[in-house]
Design a protein around this ligand. Structure first.
Ligand code: AMP
Ligand code: FE
Ligand code: FE
Ligand code: ZN
Length: 289
């Protein structure tokens, strides 16, 4: 069984519509796919309908932008099975998206001094209502002929170590776990040991998130180091954390391929059992046993 629990559509920084992404997931022989756009769930309905049309299982997720207090270390928290009606979660996500707007504008102001881009050219790279981020700025730099692709843009110009970077306001991961649980969902820390992206969460901070009730860790992800995976697996068995694996597919925006890493059916079952909506659209969850 092929289960991929982490993908992005153009509702955030992927390059496909939610329905196109689901069509690609069916073509990649996935049995179950989760759509996990950054900081919002606006793509869920379209993706759910497409999954039904293609006869594959589907579940809705959100990748919530977090930052460890004081250290500034970036953490992404995957939320599964949350209720979209939860007011506290809705407000927190709306706040994140608002601040993303201001932050992206501030980066574009800095970049515009040295490169032929402006706010309008960045907005042209988004869909109405997309969660904006550095990938859209990268796309504007590509359109302006400054770099060949997103990867090149991130290597230097958009790097946190570069002169144009502006930090993104984010939630404390401990708070995010509480928020996700209050909304009836389960929380999985995405790519926790992705060293190439920047500094990763330290042992003590990680344990604080585990103590807050973290449900799982995304061990099988291309950006996680080999050493980091071993440590994560040890932590998972020590603390009973659910282990997932996923592609973090972004369409043409990243080399990541659908299903390049997958999650064991038993792990998904355990994850679902931690949520108030323990069902997969279009899929009999008892088949995961
Ligand atoms: P932001 O949240 O605006 O700081 O942007 C971070 C996003 O950029 C992440 O969600 C990644 O999907 C994306 N990203 C990070 N590094 C790269 C890269 N080298 N190539 C393409 N996308 C990237
Ligand atoms: Fe992304
Ligand atoms: Fe992420
Ligand atoms: Zn992601």
């Amino acid at each position: 069984m092929r289960i991929d629990l982490h993908t992005h559509s153009w509702v955030s920084d992927g390059t496909q519509a939610p329905a196109e992404l689901v069509a690609s997931a069916a073509a990649a022989d996935l049995d179950i796919v989760a759509l996990t756009d950054h900081d919002q769930s606006a793509g869920w309905d379209e993706a759910r309908a497409a999954a039904a049309a293609h006869g594959i299982g589907w579940l809705g997720g959100i990748e919530v932008t977090c930052r460890v207090p004081f250290t500034g270390i970036s953490v992404h928290m995957l939320a599964y099975g949350v209720s979209r009606g939860n007011e506290e979660l809705r407000a927190a996500l709306a706040g994140l998206r608002d601040s993303r707007d201001g932050r992206a504008r501030a980066m574009v102001d800095r970049l515009a001094e040295d490169f032929p881009i402006d706010w309008a050219s960045v907005q042209e790279q988004t869909q109405a209502g997309s969660t904006i981020g550095r990938p859209h700025i990268a796309d504007a730099l590509v359109a302006a002929g400054v770099v060949a692709d997103r990867t090149e843009a991130f290597a230097h110009i958009l790097s946190p170590r570069g002169p144009y970077y502006v930090g993104q306001p984010a939630l404390d991961p401990v708070q995010a776990v509480r928020l996700i649980h209050a909304a009836g969902g389960a929380a999985v820390m995405a790519h926790p040991v992705a060293g190439a992206r920047g500094r990763v969460i330290g042992r003590d901070e990680m344990l604080a998130v585990v103590d807050a009730g973290l449900d799982g860790v995304e061990v099988y992800h291309r950006d996680n180091s080999a050493e980091g995976r071993r440590e994560l697996l040890a932590l998972a068995s020590e603390r009973g954390l659910i282990v997932t694996g996923s592609s973090d597919y972004h369409g043409a925006g990243k080399p990541n391929l659908l299903g390049e890493n997958t999650t064991e059916p038993r792990a998904l079952l355990r994850l679902l059992e931690r949520t108030e909506a323990p069902e997969i659209e279009g899929f009999d969850a008892s088949e995961l046993r």
